[in-house]
Write a protein that binds this ligand. Structure first.
Ligand SMILES: *[C@@H]1O[C@H](CO)[C@@H](O)[C@H](O)[C@H]1NC(C)=O
Ligand SMILES: *[C@@H]1O[C@H](CO)[C@@H](O)[C@H](O)[C@H]1NC(C)=O
Ligand SMILES: *[C@@H]1O[C@H](CO)[C@@H](O)[C@H](O)[C@H]1NC(C)=O
Length: 497
């Protein structure tokens, strides 16, 4: 009852998209030029732990995800691991075939830190691991596909967790050393780098709520430390690239930020919600003033004092780091999947303290939104358009690449819901471009079905299905693969499916 009331309350901002959509079609009104710019790039993404397998092959050290799946199997829905996964370590040629069929311009994949440095540290440097990615990069380029390399996608070397992982500021130096190794080995050919993937998510889940490795319960304190160190590690790597590598390598370095869009008819509430999501990382990097968003600095300090602390739980970012971080990215990568309506919390949320408690907003979904198999994944394409406009207005129209966007289901090859999701979200991106947003590329998550973290293999995001029970792990295109290929070929969004 309350839900229905709230939906009516905020009904005035529900866009035409929702008002007119049927069960599965989140159709989106088209505006302006029906074609993507000729230099717009299209890609697909994967991550090392989710596809590679070969968890202990050729010298690779364990990561915190190896430890998590091996030692806490009940934390994974189907009690599976990434030990073999899609076996891409041995079967990259099958992935390459799929990439060529799709005709993507870019392939975003991640490097497993503990293949390069099995203990996380340079003293354990592993040439076989380095060679593996040389092979991947060379094969991509030989086929006209640009590599976009993510340096860290959740799989921290297990040994580095012994010093506290991302809760220890020493991680900044370890990450710089590792990133430097990557620039030295691959920077002659890799021109697009993503330092960190979804720091907000891995800090909140791994160092706050303890449902991701390393399972630290530090809500409102250690998750903020993790974010602060992540931000500094990213910026330090960016500065090293600019000073030591850019002049001969001429690449771009960015970061992939996860954020929903928050819908409300009260713009102050939208802004508050966005600062607590995207703003955590985007404000220090891309705003004119730099540092954490003012509202976070003030509110978290105030909450901390009320709790009887003598300083804010949010680390201070006003010194030299503020300047190192400000402007330290050539583009912002956005991992956009979904949105929520937000209203001021009726009663305090979450534990005291916690990010949720500081955030102080209730999130509401619209019963009319189509949902993927992932419980959190409602199809809200207008949120894509809105987040891009938010970035345009808030961060001086910084260059944007959609580094992830995708839809989950049970894995049917005739995946019409995925096609509708893809279609409506790309229409939203096109609308944003036609409205002056500086979006340069779109990357679908994911190329192939893979190990979906705590959901194991029960939830599928791929354009290609993988036969997990077959030793050959055959990749089979779904209907959405064909649809995406047509988008890429025509640089426009076909009406017929
Ligand atoms: C793409 O082309 C547009 C207009 O021709 C130009 O402004 C933009 O800088 C180009 N983008 C890239 C990434 O080259
Ligand atoms: C939001 O909508 C409600 C209900 O229509 C209205 O009472 C309220 O004043 C609106 N708020 C703003 C900021 O427009
Ligand atoms: C998957 O592979 C197994 C073993 O090779 C085979 O029996 C099965 O038919 C395959 N499934 C599909 C959907 O192709």
């Amino acid at each position: 009852m309350l839900l229905v009331f709230l939906i009516l309350l905020v009904g005035s901002v529900i866009s035409q998209c929702i008002a007119t959509k049927d069960q599965t079609t989140c159709s989106h009104p088209a505006k302006g030029n029906p074609k993507f710019p000729s230099n717009f790039t299209f890609g697909v993404a994967t991550a090392a732990y989710q596809i590679e397998g070969a968890w202990n092959i050729d010298g690779k050290g364990p990561s915190i995800w190896d430890d998590f799946t091996h030692n806490y199997p009940h934390m994974i829905d189907d009690r599976t691991t990434g030990d073999i996964a899609a076996d891409s370590y041995h079967r990259f040629n099958q992935d390459l075939k799929a990439l060529k069929e799709l005709k993507v311009t870019h392939y975003r994949f991640s490097i497993s830190w503990s293949r390069i440095y099995p203990t996380g540290d340079i003293s354990s440097r592993n040439q076989k691991g380095i060679d593996y990615y040389n092979g991947v990069i060379d094969k991509l380029l030989a086929n006209g596909i640009q590599p976009m390399v993510t340096m860290f996608h959740f799989d921290l070397p297990f040994e580095l967790q012994k010093i506290g992982g991302l809760a220890n500021p020493l991680i900044i130096n370890y990450f710089v050393t590792y990133a430097t190794e990557l620039f030295e080995n691959y920077g002659d050919r890799v021109k697009s780098w993503v330092t960190l993937n979804e720091p907000l998510l891995y800090c909140k889940s791994g160092y706050g709520e303890a449902n991701y490795p390393p399972q630290i319960e530090g809500a409102g304190i250690i998750d903020y430390l993790c974010m602060d160190h992540s931000l500094k590690a990213h910026a330090a790597v960016y500065r090293v690239y600019k000073s030591r590598f850019y002049n001969r390598q001429h690449g771009k370095v960015g970061i992939a930020l996860d954020s929903q869009f928050s819908l409300s008819n009260d713009s102050a509430v939208v802004n508050r919600a966005m600062q607590y999501n995207l703003g955590f990382f985007a404000h220090p990097l891309f705003s004119k003033s730099g540092g954490y968003p003012k509202i976070l600095v003030e509110e978290i300090a105030e909450n901390s004092l009320k709790e009887g602390r003598i300083e804010s739980r949010l680390p201070d970012l006003s010194g030299k780091w503020k300047h190192i971080i400000k402007g330290a990215a050539d583009f912002v990568g956005i991992n956009y999947y979904t949105s929520r309506y937000v209203v001021r919390a009726k009663t305090p949320n979450g534990k005291n303290p916690s990010l949720e408690r500081d955030y102080d907003l209730d999130e509401i979904s619209d019963p009319k939104w189509t949902r993927g198999l992932s419980r959190w994944l409602y199809c809200v394409p207008e949120g894509m358009e809105s987040i891009l406009k938010f970035i345009r207005d808030e961060y001086d129209n910084v260059e944007v690449i959609i580094t992830e966007n995708g839809y989950s289901d049970k894995g049917d090859l005739n995946d019409l819901d995925r096609i509708h999701y893809l279609k409506s979200h790309l229409q939203a991106v096109l609308n944003a471009i036609n409205d002056g947003c500086n979006v340069r590329g779109y990357i679908y998550w994911s190329l192939i079905d893979n190990f979906e973290w705590q959901r194991g293999y029960s939830v599928k995001f791929g354009l290609y299905s993988v036969n997990m029970s077959s030793p050959a792990k055959e990749r089979t295109p779904k209907k959405s693969a064909e649809y995406y290929r047509r988008i890429i070929e025509t640089h426009s969004i076909p009406d017929d499916i």
